[in-house]
Design a protein around this ligand. Structure first.
Ligand SMILES: [Zn+2]
Length: 117
């Protein structure tokens, strides 16, 4: 894989995982409702919890879609050379700010190198 492919993968992997998690939460809500149809005790709990799971799933999905838009905007600005964000000092790729043992630092999404602030 090229460095730019790694950068795109690292840029979107968290959003993809969040979308998969929201699908899992939706599946759990559906499973609760189906289980509630068979068992009266579970039905009482399911009627209270299932709507929360539905809304949590919708919220997670909405958050991940907004995050995808933000990441796409960052990538587009970087490709245009119009980004005001700091870039990697080695390859020029997009960086993410992280908090580590020695304080804040940038980690390149393309080559993975770090640099302190
Ligand atoms: Zn780099």
């Amino acid at each position: 894989m090229r460095l730019q492919d790694w950068m795109i993968l690292r840029l979107y992997i968290r959003q993809i995982l969040l979308i998969l998690f929201s699908i899992l939460v939706q599946f759990m809500a559906n499973n609760l409702v189906e289980t509630g149809k068979a068992n009266a005790m579970v039905a009482i709990i399911a009627t209270g919890i299932a709507p929360m799971f539905y809304w949590a799933s919708i919220g997670l999905m909405a958050w991940s879609v907004l995050w995808v838009f933000h990441s796409t905007w960052r990538l587009w600005k970087w490709e245009q050379g119009d980004s005001n964000e700091p870039c990697c000092h080695i390859c020029g790729g997009l960086v993410d700010m992280k908090n580590g043992r020695y304080g804040l630092y940038y980690k390149c999404l393309a080559c993975g190198k770090t640099s302190s602030l």
